[in-house]
Design a protein around this ligand. Structure first.
Ligand SMILES: NC(=O)c1ccc[n+]([C@@H]2O[C@H](COP(=O)([O-])OP(=O)(O)OC[C@H]3O[C@@H](n4cnc5c(N)ncnc54)[C@H](OP(=O)(O)O)[C@@H]3O)[C@@H](O)[C@H]2O)c1
Length: 344
C-alpha cells in the first residue's frame, strides 16, 4: 500500500500489548496514513490475539519472534522502563527503527548507549514524549521570544496522578518503577525544553516507601547557567494535575493539561500581570497523531542527517536522564507513613 504522496507507510511492529499502546499510541498509528501496524507481540498469545483483532494486524507470541519478522521496519516498545534498554538495543541491532516509550532508559549511560547505537547504524530512535508534539509549546516559545512575560526568571512544572492499582508496573522497583522515572521525567523534560541542557540539580526530595525505598512522589530544584531557576513536582499520590508556568519579570504564563490534552480540546494559555489577566485560546491539536507522524517522517526523511551525533531528540533524552541520575544521587529521602495500601 502507498499513501497519497507515493511514499509507502512505515511498517511497524508493537512489542508488548501494553495499556498505553492500546489506549493511545496504536489508535494514533492506525489513524496515521504514514504508518502501517503490521503485528503485535505479547508474552501471552491471548493478549496478542485480542490486540491484533482490534487493530487488524498479526498476533505474535514472544518479542524475539517479532524482531525476526522480515516485514517490519520499525518497532514501538511500550514495555516497563527497566526493559527499554534491552529491547530497544535488540531492535536496533536487528536493523529496526525504534519508537521507545518514555523514559528512553533508566540511566543516562543506557540512553547514551542507545543513541550511539542508533547513530552508528543510521536508524531513527525516538522517545515517545507525546506532549512535546503539541503546537502550543511553540506558541509559548514565541511569546517568550517576543518578550510577552519580560525576562524569564523561573519555571514551575508539575505532573501528579492519583494512586495506581497495587499491581501496576510502576510499583515494582525491578521494572523501573517509581514516580521519578514515570511522572518526574515530564517536568524534567519540560525544564530541558524551555531552559536548555546542562541544568544543575540544586535540591531534591523523594517521598519513599519504607518497604523497598520506591519513590512515590517528589520535588526537584534546578538552576540554569543563565540564572533561571526551576521548581518541579511529581508523583502518584495526588489528584491529577499537569501544568507548567513560566514566570518573567513582567508576567507569568501558565499552561494547564500539559501531558495528555484530548485532541478536541481548545487549550488555553493564561498570562497574568498585577492588574490584568489575558487568556489565549488555541486551536485543538492531536499530539498523539503528530508524534507518530513525526516518527514516520524521520524514517522516510534524509538518511544523511542521521549518525551525526547531533540529533536534538537524542541529546534531550540524555540530558533528562542525567537530571534523573543527579536527583537519585542527591535527593533527601522522606519515608512515607503507610497512609495507603501502596505505601505500607
Ligand atoms: N507516552 C505516554 O504518554 C505514556 C503513558 C503511559 C505509559 N507510558 C509508558 O509506557 C510503558 C508501559 O506503560 P503502561 O501503562 O502501558 O504499562 P502496562 O499496561 O503494564 O504495559 C507494559 C507491558 O509490558 C509488557 N511486559 C513485559 N515484561 C513485563 C513484566 N515483567 N511485567 C509487566 N509487564 C511486562 C507487557 O506486555 P505483554 O504482557 O503483552 O508481553 C505489558 O503489557 C512505560 O514505559 C510507561 O512509562 C507512556
Amino acid at each position: 500500500m502507498t499513501h497519497d504522496h507515493g511514499t509507502p507507510p512505515v511498517r511497524v511492529g508493537v512489542l508488548g500489548a501494553a495499556s498505553i499502546a492500546w489506549r493511545r499510541v496504536v489508535p494514533a498509528m492506525t489513524a496515521c496514513p504514514d504508518v502501517d501496524v503490521v503485528a503485535v507481540a505479547s508474552r501471552d498469545p491471548r493478549r496478542a490475539r485480542r490486540f491484533a483483532d482490534r487493530f487488524g494486524c498479526a498476533a505474535v507470541t514472544g518479542y524475539e519472534a517479532l524482531l525476526e519478522r522480515t516485514d517490519i521496519e520499525a518497532v514501538y516498545v511500550p514495555l516497563p522502563a527497566a526493559l527499554h534498554h534491552t529491547w530497544a538495543a535488540r531492535a536496533l541491532a536487528a536493523g529496526r527503527h525504534v519508537l521507545i516509550e518514555k523514559p528512553m532508559a533508566t540511566t543516562a549511560e543506557e540512553a547514551r548507549e542507545l543513541t550511539a547505537l542508533a547513530e552508528s547504524r543510521g536508524l531513527v530512535l525516538r522517545e515517545n514524549f507525546m506532549f512535546l508534539h503539541h503546537p502550543r509549546h511553540r506558541a509559548v516559545t514565541e511569546l517568550l521570544r517576543d518578550g510577552r512575560i519580560g525576562r524569564l526568571r523561573m519555571l514551575h512544572a508539575s505532573f501528579c496522578v492519583p494512586p495506581l492499582p497495587p499491581d501496576d508496573i510502576r510499583y515494582t522497583l525491578g521494572l523501573g518503577g517509581g514516580a521519578l522515572l514515570d511522572t518526574g521525567v515530564y517536568p524534567l523534560r519540560t525544564a530541558v525544553h524551555f531552559l536548555g541542557r546542562g541544568l544543575r540539580v540544586t535540591g531534591a526530595t523523594l517521598r519513599t516507601r519504607p518497604r523497598d525505598g520506591l519513590d512515590l512522589s517528589g520535588q526537584v530544584l534546578l538552576a540554569a547557567d543563565s540564572g533561571v531557576l526551576a521548581s518541579l513536582d511529581f508523583g502518584f499520590e495526588h489528584g491529577y494535575g499537569a501544568r507548567y508556568a513560566l514566570w518573567g519579570d513582567r508576567a507569568r504564563l501558565t499552561a494547564d493539561q500539559t501531558v495528555s490534552p484530548p485532541a478536541e480540546l481548545r487549550t488555553q494559555l493564561r498570562i497574568e500581570e498585577q492588574d490584568r489577566e489575558e487568556r489565549l485560546l488555541l486551536p485543538p491539536a492531536d499530539q498523539f497523531l503528530a508524534c507518530v507522524t513525526e516518527f514516520a517522517a524521520a524514517i522516510r526523511g534524509p538518511v544523511a542527517s542521521r549518525g551525526t551525533g547531533r540529533d536534538p531528540w537524542h541529546a534531550d533524552a540524555v540530558a533528562t536522564l542525567e537530571l534523573v541520575d543527579a536527583v537519585r544521587e542527591r535527593a533527601v529521602r522522606v519515608p512515607c507513613e503507610g497512609d495507603g495500601p501502596q505505601n505500607a
